[in-house]
Design a protein around this ligand. Structure first.
Ligand code: PMP
Length: 403
């Protein structure tokens, strides 16, 4: 065996979890991504999707994708920079810029690539990128591709942020990068305080609104809009893979910055553009999000209902204020057992263990969609209570076990 293969073969954790019958990843879904999916021929309620507005099966979104395929074909066969820019991409960029109230927008092939490109291309060796410790993996990887110094502060802790900012060289560029809604914890960034600190220390702000678009803000315009701070946020990053029912990512900012990124962001320049069907479906989803407020209202009705239900039942769900609800298990094996138990009982949730969260913070992520019904949520909660009795985890464990 080669040195490399020998090293790779030592990674046995996934096999061990498989042998225990608890492997929760790469499950094959044999249906569309909706509140109900088919797995191994069985109906399962989906509480692990990022399709917050439930638009991946909307007739208008699907029709737009089909029409785009008929007009433009299935792929662009090149990067935006060269042969891969369609009028459809530019139309979507213009609509995004308008919607997020910025001068311009730029589409990347995924949200992940957006962060890689945006974060790595603007700052130099003597500059600083400042991160919340719970920022998404793509933000962290973006900093790894930059040459700048990277500093982290404690999650949503403004004292910790200020103490970091105060130490930095005043003449350096300082870029604060945060999730709008944190992807595992579901809490909202303290943007007003960050804006005040950014002003005081002359820092730029990038907000990754992957989980906030379609969820908070005017017509789902995200975190900056939610706080009325659109002008104070320099860069709004987003994805089409969640509320916007497609695939791709974008950044909205002022013209100077977008123009610079068009010529320096390597994940944009050296990667193929999103296919016509993806651009068209994102455009259609954006229109629905803007024009059908009921979608967001339903999402919040479901979110509030689930948060209240879980709290009343004594589950530990942390400070979430969004459709992302972490249910803390705090033990990897129990997290896998719970996920497996729930799928067998007809409920799909995502297990989250270290390094996605700190070790000891393992959880299942329970995510709401606009299209869920309260009856579906009740069903899932009932199964969670049943699981807790059998597996024993989190708050209320003793109480349940003592019976
Ligand atoms: N940022 C955040 C906060 C995310 O949660 C995700 C996806 N989970 C991404 C970026 C990447 O988005 P995409 O799926 O479009 O690559």
């Amino acid at each position: 065996m080669s040195i490399l293969k020998d090293r790779l073969a030592k990674y046995t954790y996934a096999d061990e979890v498989k042998e225990a019958g608890l492997y929760p990843y790469f499950r094959e879904i044999g249906s569309n991504q909706d509140t109900e999916v088919i797995i191994n021929g069985h109906k399962v309620l989906m509480f692990g999707s990022n399709s917050y507005l439930g638009l991946t099966n909307h007739p208008k979104v699907k029709e737009a994708a089909k029409q785009a395929i008929d007009k433009y074909g299935t792929g662009c066969a090149g990067s935006r920079f060269l042969n891969g820019t369609l009028d459809l991409h530019v139309e979507l960029e213009n609509k995004l810029a308008e919607f997020f109230e910025k001068e311009a927008a730029l589409i990347f092939s995924t949200g992940f690539q957006t962060n890689l490109g945006v974060i790595s291309c603007m700052t130099g060796r003597n500059d600083y990128i400042i991160l919340d410790e719970f920022d998404h993996a793509s933000i962290i990887d973006g900093t790894r591709l930059s040459f700048s110094k990277v500093i982290k502060y404690k999650h949503n802790d403004m004292k910790s942020l200020e103490s970091q900012l105060a130490k930095l060289e005043p003449s350096a560029v300082k870029m604060i990068v945060v999730d709008g809604i944190f992807s595992m914890e579901g809490d909202i960034v303290k943007l007003p305080e960050i804006v005040a600190l950014a002003k005081k220390y002359q820092a730029e702000i990038i907000v990754d609104d992957a989980h906030a678009v379609g969820v908070i803000g005017k017509n789902g315009a995200g975190t900056a809009s939610h706080f009325g701070l659109t002008n104070e946020v320099d860069f709004i990053v987003g994805t089409f893979s969640k509320s916007l029912a497609s695939l791709g990512g974008f950044v909205a900012s002022d013209k100077v910055a977008i123009d610079y990124m068009k010529h320096h962001a390597r994940s944009l320049i050296f990667s193929a553009s999103i296919p016509p069907s993806s651009a068209a479906s994102a455009l259609a989803a954006l229109e629905l999000m803007k024009n059908e407020p009921q979608l967001i209202d339903n999402l919040w009705s479901n979110t509030n209902y689930a948060i209240k239900g879980l709290k009343d039942l004594g589950f530990e769900i942390g400070p979430t204020e969004s459709p992302i609800i972490p249910i803390y298990v705090r033990d990897n094996e129990k997290t896998f057992k719970l996920t497996q138990f729930l799928i067998e009982e007809g409920v799909f949730v995502n297990p989250v263990i270290s390094p996605a969260v700190k070790s000891g913070d393992s959880l299942i992520r329970f995510s709401l969609m606009s299209s869920h019904t309260h009856a579906q949520i009740d069903f899932a909660l009932e199964k969670l209570v049943k699981a807790r009795k059998i597996i024993g985890f989190g708050e209320g464990t003793e109480l349940v076990n003592s019976h």
